[in-house]
Design a protein around this ligand. Structure first.
Ligand SMILES: Nc1ncnc2c1ncn2[C@@H]1O[C@H](COP(=O)(O)OP(=O)(O)OP(=O)(O)O)[C@@H](O)[C@H]1O
Length: 622
């Protein structure tokens, strides 16, 4: 942004503030005008300033992330889903805490540099006190969704940005986080943001509800919606109470409804539903409450089930996997590193966990690090930790890195192929010398770790192309094990039963599969592997109204594309055929197809390339 723009913006802000009282129409919404006034009068900020936002140092980002750890864990998937919908229009997704600090974000890597210069990065801080009017600061103050479009920003540094943001409330009604979608390339017309804003609001609500269900597992929960079809998948109101009937949690819509009906938030659930007949304990069928115009379903508190619905005998394991596991334990117990290879979602981390649990180090820590999921700027401090007082403002205690946390036990490095080259050098040193030096620390500490690495990519190929160090590759690959894709596993039935049992235990329900539904699951080709199976079963449990999951409770597309058992497809590869089927069904839209398969868009591209699938109008897909 040049100083010419800055001067024009100062004049614009001054003119609007000066004439606002008498102007028939305002060029900015009222809430923005109020924020501009506070920026000038309370915080004495300069609208002409071209300085970017304050950015936290790595250890501070880590501390901010730790405070919302539970929530971050849950938010990751939804952020990726939202990003997959807006990335083609050059938007990034940011999540901030209640201080306005960006604790997580998603961005196309090609845009990273340009967006970072405009302040969109992990660690950036967006309080009104420091940055004036921004979407995040406006949400934190007004507690409402907002779009802050270009010239709405108070400081000239941000007038190229367009940001839509929405609050996420905790089950107790306080703001928990802010979800934001931003771009520096948005069209000038404000109306271009209507849809984006709706998408942010929907994602924020979905996250709010997911966190609600996660944190109320030990309570009674009533899900409600005016339309019966939405009660389970997108409830409008959520009410939760303890065994004495004390209301413990409400989502914003439930809070508004009770305030409207009772004039206050009642302490007891009977008071809240005075004239309405709540379902009886244990009755989880759908009910209609005419006095409230709501369809509802009651969910019981989670309770331990004495035995899983179907047990999973060890003998049911696929012989190839069982053999690999047995061998891997022997290799690991000899102190050799293990490298696991397998398609996305095939169960590499699961295998690593089983390996650790069967090894001599089973009593020691198992620390898993996904090198692809941690932002590049954080990965170094996450792995190596930092020394006390290492940076200005660093915590006086310092922070133990994941390498130190794994001392004596096993360190699982997932997606090792994504580790940046400089960090590969540091890791190699740690593994060769058995010592780790925290960032900013003068002294090294000796550590004793066994490493298990995993990748869906062939690391040997990465070595050939120069993106992975050959010496690190040799040090990490004591022995390589391949996890077969789900479609090739012989223990599909046992796995389906095991995952269904786990899902039932989690929700306190008892469900079983009809013969036809089971047949369909067994015959499907599972391009998204175990993770996709997981998603499909979770979906089926959510939509199933009785106790038996039928074909109609499975995602529609599963039946449409399931190849017949044992039948080789035209191309010879069931995965290739399943990919084509899914793409055709989704009109060759990669985003939609990836969502249906429960895999990322990048993974879909990789698979499409791998199988040499040609996209209509695009020739070979790159
Ligand atoms: N043998 C198994 N039994 C039960 N659940 C499993 C098994 N294998 C994998 N899963 C489940 O499937 C999902 C995906 O597994 P996991 O994360 O281990 O796959 P991955 O290959 O490491 O995935 P990615 O390629 O994304 O890193 C997880 O929810 C995991 O718990």
């Amino acid at each position: 942004m040049s100083s010419g723009f800055s001067k024009t913006h100062v004049e614009h802000v001054s003119r609007v503030l000066r004439t606002a009282q008498h102007a028939p129409t305002l060029p900015v919404p009222n809430a923005i005008l109020d924020s501009w006034r506070r920026s000038v009068q309370h915080y004495k900020l300069d609208p002409g300033s071209l300085q970017g936002p304050r950015v936290l140092e790595a250890h501070q980002i880590h501390e901010h992330r730790q405070r919302v750890d539970d929530f971050l864990h849950l938010a990751g998937d939804e952020m990726s889903r939202l990003h997959s919908r807006v990335r083609d229009a050059d938007y990034c997704v940011m999540l901030t805490d209640t201080l306005g600090c960006t604790v997580d974000y998603r961005i196309e890597s090609a845009l990273r540099g340009e967006y970072r210069r405009s302040g969109m990065d992990v660690g950036t801080c967006w309080s009104e006190k420091e940055e004036g009017t921004t979407a995040v600061s406006a949400v934190l103050i007004d507690k409402l969704p907002v779009t802050v479009h270009k010239l709405d920003h108070f400081r000239a540094a941000f007038i190229g940005n367009t940001c839509s943001a929405a609050p996420i409330f905790s089950p107790r009604g306080e703001i928990l986080a802010v979800l934001d979608v931003s771009s520096v390339r948005a069209p000038d017309d404000r109306r271009s943001q209507y849809l984006i804003r709706q998408m942010v609001i929907q994602s924020a609500t979905d996250l709010e509800n997911a966190y609600f269900m996660y944190s109320t597992q030990d309570l009674w929960v009533l899900r409600a919606h005016p339309l019966p079809g939405y009660v389970d998948s997108q409830p409008q109101c959520l009410f939760a109470w303890d065994r004495d009937g004390r209301i413990e949690a409400l989502n914003p819509a439930a809070r508004r409804l009770l305030l409207q009906r009772c004039g206050r938030i009642p302490a007891h659930i009977d008071e809240a539903f005075a004239s309405a007949q709540l379902p009886a304990a244990g009755d989880d069928s759908l009910h209609y409450l005419p006095s409230m115009g709501l369809h509802v379903r009651l969910k019981m508190p989670r309770r331990p089930i004495s035995a899983p619905v179907v047990s999973h005998p060890a003998s049911a394991l696929d012989p190839k996997v069982a053999q690999a596991l047995e061998l891997a334990v022997r290799v690991k117990d000899r102190g050799l590193p293990v490298l696991i290879h397998g398609e996305t979602g095939a169960g590499k981390e699961h295998f690593a966990l089983q390996l650790h649990a069967a090894s001599k180090r089973r009593e020691k820590p198992f620390v898993a690090v996904n090198c692809a999921a941690i932002p590049e700027s954080l990965i170094e401090s996450e792995l190596f930790g930092y020394a006390a007082g290492a940076f200005t403002g660093a915590s006086t205690k310092g922070m133990r890195g994941l390498l130190q946390q794994a001392d004596g036990g096993t360190l699982f490095l997932d997606e090792i192929g994504d580790m940046p080259l400089p960090l590969q050098t540091r890791l190699l040193r740690v593994l060769s010398e058995g010592e780790v030096a925290p960032l900013g620390g003068a002294r090294t500490q000796s550590i004793d770790i066994q490493v298990i690495c995993a990748s869906h990519r062939d690391i040997a190929t990465l070595v050939e192309t120069g993106s992975f160090r050959a010496d690190l590759f040799f040090r990490l690959s004591g022995a390589r094990f391949d996890i077969p894709p789900l479609r090739e596993r012989k223990d599909k039935l046992a796995l389906i039963n095991k995952l269904l049992g786990d899902e039932c235990q989690r929700s306190g329900e008892r469900l079983e599969l009809s013969e036809a539904a089971l047949e369909m699951l067994l015959n499907y080709s599972w391009p998204g592997n175990m993770r996709q199976l997981h998603h499909v079963l979770r979906y089926a449990c959510a939509v199933c109204k009785g106790q038996v999951i039928g074909v109609d409770d499975l995602p529609v597309t599963l039946g449409a594309s399931a190849p017949v058992k044992g039948q080789e497809t035209v191309s010879g590869s069931p995965e290739r055929q399943a990919l084509i089927d899914t793409l055709v069904r989704n009109r060759w839209k990669p985003l939609l197809a990836a969502q249906e398969l429960g895999i990322s868009r990048a993974t879909l591209y990789r698979k499409v390339n791998l199988h040499g699938i040609k996209m209509p109008g695009k020739g070979s897909y790159n």
